[in-house]
Design a protein around this ligand. Structure first.
Ligand SMILES: Nc1ncnc2c1ncn2[C@@H]1O[C@H](COP(=O)(O)OP(=O)(O)O)[C@@H](O)[C@H]1O
Ligand SMILES: [Mg+2]
Length: 289
């Protein structure tokens, strides 16, 4: 098997409903995340994206109750009855509100706390915390109080707390909802750096345009079912045909229209496309945008 074909996460025929609900939120979901994938998971609000992240990380069924059918396989082993701390060695989740996942008052202790349940000697723990901080360029934050951090710094600490465990895959749930555009940009740099070092990513976000150019695959969930799972070229054909409540940015729509007119496919989200759109919005005749 080729290295990039190795399966890290496999959801097999997953059905799920939360306790007290009649309808299944997820209906027969099959999803595979392979080595080095950057998979973008899309779907309108309430379609079940966060629920999928909870299943992969074991928060479902351990933390959120409900009926779960099907199998979840991580690194070749079923995790359905595995404790969360064991799953956390392979999968890291950065939640929708990262401040909710912070438990300690000091940055160094917060990152080290992530290793608490792994069998690692104290001195190695310290070394790993410092290595991780160094890699993310936040060594200067280690002695700081969590309360004193900006949103962007908090984001880095949240990433460090995950990264320190050396996971195979990191899941980000709606990162752009709590980050400024410049912080998203920095996050993109981290993702590309870590991905080139072998970490796979599952990105859940309603802001499609931040991620399209770095994803290897795109999946779409609609009413609890997976209705699309393929590459960017196929995704563009798909959204031309179907309106499934995705928030398609204007410049991407423009690029699709231009593609249709030209009869050929150009990559849709270059800076040029954005510039053209800005010029059009300003009424044309504008050298500088
Ligand atoms: N803890 C919970 N208990 C009951 N229902 C929930 C819970 N969390 C989410 N839901 C419901 O499950 C559905 C899918 O939610 P979610 O996975 O958060 O969707 P998304 O992340 O795509 O917006 C929604 O109808 C939501 O109200
Ligand atoms: Mg969500």
């Amino acid at each position: 098997m080729k290295r990039n074909m190795k399966s890290l996460v496999e959801l097999k025929n997953i059905w799920f409903r939360y306790e007290g609900q009649e309808d299944y939120i997820l209906k027969d979901i099959n999803l595979e995340i392979r080595d080095r994938d950057i998979l973008l998971l899309l779907g309108r609000s309430g379609s079940g994206k966060t629920t999928i992240a909870r299943i992969i990380t074991g928060l479902i069924p351990h933390f959120y109750r409900g009926e779960l059918k099907g199998n979840v396989i991580i690194n070749g082993r079923s995790i359905v009855n595995k404790p969360i701390y064991e799953i956390a060695e392979y999968v890291g989740l950065i939640r929708q509100n990262p401040e909710n996942q912070i438990l300690m008052t000091n940055v160094e202790r917060e990152i080290a706390f992530s290793l608490e349940f792994l069998d690692i000697p104290r001195e190695d723990m310290r070394k790993r915390v410092h290595e991780t901080a160094n890699k993310l360029g936040i060594s200067n934050l280690l002695s700081r109080d969590i309360d004193s951090l900006s949103g962007g710094e908090l984001q880095k600490v949240a990433i460090a707390s995950i990264l320190v465990r050396k996971p195979s895959i990191i899941i980000l749930d709606e990162p752009s909802s709590y980050l400024s555009p410049s912080s998203v940009n920095r996050l993109r740099q981290y993702i590309m750096m870590l991905n080139s070092e072998g970490i796979a990513f599952l990105i859940i976000d309603h802001r499609i345009d931040y991620w399209l150019d770095i994803t290897t695959r795109i999946a779409v969930i609609y009413k609890g079912k997976k209705i699309f799972d393929n590459n960017l070229t196929e995704f563009l054909k798909f959204i031309e045909k179907f309106d499934v409540g995705l928030n398609i940015p204007l410049h991407l729509r423009l690029a699709i229209d231009v593609n249709k007119c030209c009869g050929k496919r150009v990559l849709p989200i270059t800076q040029d496309t954005k510039k053209v759109l800005q010029i059009l919005q300003k009424g044309g005749n504008n050298d500088r945008v």
